[in-house]
Ligand binder design. Structure first.
Ligand code: PXP
Length: 257
């Protein structure tokens, strides 16, 4: 069965919109509380909690990550840029998984996939450090077979295929088929090379089922749509609704070791 990782960055985005400059410990109620959000996501069926510690700390902060590490009961997936300062923090935090993503200060959210071909040495070096520390390292890449082959060369055990183009193709049948085929091919190749395959970005309550009907994934990482629906139905229910879609459309009953 495909697992569900819930990205709760937007819970921190909302908090920072009002309280970025407010020091904690002064009796002011700082909300929403990120850990409470993670716990609600877990109670709705999340298999892991994903948090992106950006270099500009625009949403999640270092204390958020350390608090999640200590207190959640599922797995923690930390997203980070592949730069020495962030890698050091991740090694200290020791999440269950890390996902290396490209980071551009001007983007609203992670936009393209990581260029593994162009950064083979530094990514391989980081992947090796994570492996030594017992952290599974994933690379967020476009569904491009050359990037999959490069990912394999780094020694990272996991890839996360970028589903943004698939999501953006919605409403155009031929583009949607084209993007689905890219994901099919890339996920098949990654599996054949012995990589575990995750996917994420732009997945929602409409496009997730049809994707799972065509491709097999270890885990989907989903944020925006769940947090948006949570405004209407509550976070636990929003996660539970997504989990039902995944359960209904998952092919295998593969279990993550
Ligand atoms: N996977 C990665 C690597 C991400 O950076 C993000 C957030 O941008 C997601 C998945 C979740 O994307 P979304 O919020 O669109 O569901």
């Amino acid at each position: 069965m495909t697992l569900l990782g819930v990205n709760i960055d937007h819970c921190a985005t909302l908090r920072q919109a009002r309280y970025r400059e407010t020091p904690s410990g002064r009796g002011i109620i700082i909300e929403p509380d990120v850990l409470s959000c993670a716990k609600l996501a877990e109670s709705g069926g999340a298999d892991s909690i994903t948090a992106h510690l950006r270099e500009d700390r625009r949403h999640m902060t270092d204390p958020d990550l350390f608090c999640l590490r200590k207190n959640i009961s599922t797995k923690l997936n930390m997203e980070l840029a592949c730069v020495p300062q962030m890698v050091e923090i991740a090694l200290e935090l020791k999440p269950d998984f890390v996902c290396l993503v490209p980071e551009n200060r001007k983007e609203v959210t992670t936009e393209g996939g990581l260029n593994v071909i162009g950064r083979l040495d530094e990514i391989s070096e980081a992947a090796e450090k994570f492996a030594e520390r017992g952290i599974e390292c994933s690379l967020f890449i476009d569904p491009d077979e050359r990037q999959v082959e490069a990912a394999k060369k780094t020694g990272a055990p996991l890839v996360e295929l970028h589903t943004g183009a698939y999501a953006n193709s919605w409403g155009n049948l031929s583009a949607r088929e084209f993007e689905t085929k890219r994901l099919e091919k890339a996920s098949k190749l990654a599996s054949e090379l012995g990589l575990k395959v995750n996917a994420g970005h732009g997945l929602n309550y409409e496009n997730t089922g049809p994707l799972l009907d065509r491709c097999e994934f270890n885990e989907l990482n989903i944020g925006h749509t769940i947090i948006s629906r949570a405004l209407l139905v509550g976070l636990k229910e929003a996660v539970s609704q997504m989990k039902s879609i995944i359960v209904k459309h998952s092919k295998s009953d593969g279990i993550r070791e």
